[in-house]
Design a protein around this ligand. Structure first.
Ligand SMILES: [Zn+2]
Ligand SMILES: [Zn+2]
Length: 311
């Protein structure tokens, strides 16, 4: 029997996003940032009983606790890493399913060769930094390196994802959950992976840690074309990006203007500004949202706990 014929009835046809961490660079805990939230990048996506997670910043820590709360074993998680900069993996070693017997976690992210992502993640648990090695963590885990252009399909929750090379995926059309990948060089030093998640006739794009060029990168605009939702890096204000004393050009992040420009050109339905500058307090973030809406009407800033239902 096909896995797809027996979806979890409770969550069947659900396509829900929840933001657990929305900051870039480093977490912030000051009182004036609590409204938007201080955890670094992590977005949970629940699709028809399957659970995908985008990035393992500190936001993944409370998410992991919730997954393990009373569930034995906890539901399997498919963790997609945009890249392995510290703000995107800082929560990984504290992700409760990785510390829990019988839990299953699949980790996917950029890596030039099959073992490259595993080698990168092992740095996190170097004995000088963390007392337990990645291999010793109790939860079952499998790590997959991606080079970009893959199509990833899923069976029922807990089964290994099926990673198809671009050619092999040609011509296979299905309404079931799939993730497509695009490797962008628009982030120093090793680039970043962008993801597009498709389910039924809906899709969203996760594009954090990208610094757009003037007018936007055409290939990123194409990758996002027509999406129902675009989550895009918008770390800097124009003033910060072009500052004389401390210009941020080349740091790998976009401005609000760049993000809204790409949303317009890609003709997406909605834009979520993401990877917020940690020094931007709640008042600044409110102003940013208003200004961004002048540039692209269907824009919101991501905040912790925000949920969006695409179905
Ligand atoms: Zn980042
Ligand atoms: Zn980065």
């Amino acid at each position: 029997m096909n896995d797809r014929s027996q979806p979890n009835t409770k969550s069947a046809r659900r396509f829900r996003l929840k933001f657990w961490g929305v900051r870039g660079s480093y977490p912030t805990v000051s009182a004036d940032t609590l409204g938007v939230g201080g955890n670094t990048s992590c977005v949970e996506v629940e699709v028809d009983g399957r659970r995908l997670i985008f990035d393992a910043g500190t936001g993944i820590i409370p998410l992991g606790k919730q997954l393990c709360n009373g569930a034995s074993p906890p539901p399997a998680a498919y963790v997609f890493l945009s890249h392995t900069h510290i703000d995107h993996v800082l929560g990984l070693c504290f992700f409760e399913p990785l510390l829990t017997d019988k839990a299953r976690t699949f980790i996917l992210g950029p890596g030039a060769t099959p073992g490259a992502l595993t080698r990168s993640l092992r740095h996190l648990t170097n004995s000088d930094l963390f007392p337990v090695s990645l291999d010793e963590l109790k939860g079952k885990k499998e790590i997959f390196s991606l080079s970009g252009g893959e199509v990833i399909r899923f069976g029922s929750s807990g089964t290994r994802p099926n990673i198809e090379e671009p050619r092999a995926a040609d011509g296979i059309e299905s309404d079931d959950l799939k993730v497509t990948t695009f490797k962008s060089a628009a982030h120093p030093l090793n680039g970043v992976m962008l993801y597009r998640v498709h389910y039924q006739s809906k899709s969203f794009v996760y594009a954090t840690d990208v610094e757009q060029q003037e007018g936007g990168y055409p290939e990123i605009i194409e990758f996002a074309r027509g999406a129902d939702l675009l989550i895009h890096d918008a770390q800097y204000l124009q003033d910060e990006y072009f500052s004389y004393t401390k210009p941020r050009k080349g740091w790998g992040h976009s401005t609000i203007d760049m993000a809204t420009d790409v949303a317009k050109k890609a003709e997406v339905q909605r834009l979520v500004l993401f990877h917020h500058e940690p020094t931007h307090d709640d008042g600044t973030m409110k102003r940013i949202e208003k200004e961004a809406q002048q540039l692209f009407r269907s824009t919101v800033i991501a905040h912790e706990g925000m949920q969006i239902d695409l179905i």
